[in-house]
Ligand binder design. Structure first.
Ligand SMILES: NC(=O)c1ccc[n+]([C@@H]2O[C@H](COP(=O)([O-])OP(=O)(O)OC[C@H]3O[C@@H](n4cnc5c(N)ncnc54)[C@H](OP(=O)(O)O)[C@@H]3O)[C@@H](O)[C@H]2O)c1
Length: 189
């Protein structure tokens, strides 16, 4: 029997400015970091399920085998994904998260939130237990932010996480050559 709410972990890699993608929605070269890709895929190997917007599945050979909640406004409430027996389609404006999680039937494990912007934002309210924020030194000046409102004249990703009750637990190097570290933010609630 699945619990009402799983452990929830977020995963994002951001540019110097806090962007996760270019303004046209493409994934920029400066965010394609081997050490981060390994950390990301290894992390997804230990979770029970993934949740993502329609354009943000993680890719890779194991993607189709993972249990998944896909956000879309094209359905009412929660329906099985007709193209993927491992997935449900969820419209969060019409049904609560707990119901999507129960319908997915992923047991008691961890749920990984992998974006994009609106999905990362939605789960700030549902509540992350941990958010892994990988920081790349490369620039994506006018891209799509990890959370709404981030940018040169707005907040930093760290400020948004703090505002939502998260505290920085530590950092570790993921890719020396690229100078990419991951920050581990945990809930203080
Ligand atoms: N750097 C990173 O860590 C990272 C992480 C994730 C994604 N990305 C990149 O970001 C780009 C994709 O971004 P995207 O803006 O297209 O985001 P996305 O969240 O993957 O896709 C947006 C679509 O997801 C659905 N959706 C999102 N939020 C929703 C909500 N609250 N309620 C209902 N449906 C919702 C909608 O689908 P419908 O149109 O079907 O309604 C929306 O059109 C890709 O390049 C991807 O690689 C980067």
């Amino acid at each position: 029997m699945a619990t009402r709410r799983p452990r929830i972990e977020g995963f994002a890699i951001v540019s110097r400015e806090g962007m996760i993608a270019a303004s046209d929605g493409s994934f920029p070269e400066v965010l394609k970091i081997p050490g981060d890709q390994k950390f990301y895929q290894d992390s997804l190997d230990r979770v029970a399920a993934v949740v993502n917007g329609r354009h943000s599945a993680e890719g890779g050979p194991k993607e189709a085998a993972r249990k998944r909640i896909v956000l879309t406004r094209r359905v009412e409430r929660i329906v099985p994904d007709p193209r993927n027996a491992n997935a449900v389609l969820w419209n969060p404006a019409t049904a609560p998260f707990e119901e999507a999680w129960m319908k997915l039937g992923a047991g008691d494990g961890t749920l990984a939130v992998v974006g994009g912007t609106d999905v990362f934002f939605l789960f700030l309210s549902i509540g992350y237990d941990t958010f892994y924020l990988s920081r790349a030194p490369g620039s994506v000046p006018r891209g799509r932010p990890v959370f709404p409102g981030i940018g040169p004249h707005g907040a930093t990703p760290e400020e948004v996480l703090q505002k939502h009750g998260m505290v920085l637990k530590g950092r570790r190097m993921l890719d020396e050559a690229a100078g990419v570290e991951v920050e581990e933010w945990v809930s203080n609630r």
